[in-house]
Design a binder for this molecule. Structure first.
Ligand SMILES: [Zn+2]
Length: 61
């Protein structure tokens, strides 16, 4: 299981939730996360880092 989960929100957009308890709702038209850092590793994979506890997990697009 990933330390940081990302899943679609029923009202639209995405939710990111870290194991430390931080979570953020991201609307479709928002480009940036304020509590998380999203960095692309290549064309298919990206890394999400939690700004609060510093944990990160890799995801495939
Ligand atoms: Zn965290």
């Amino acid at each position: 299981m990933d330390k940081i989960d990302m899943y679609p929100h029923p009202d639209g957009g995405w939710v990111m939730a870290c194991a430390c308890g931080i979570s953020e709702l991201h609307k479709r038209d928002e480009k940036y996360w304020s509590l998380f850092d999203l960095r692309w590793l290549d064309n298919y994979r990206y890394r999400i880092s939690c700004r609060s506890c510093g944990q990160s997990s890799d995801h495939a697009a």
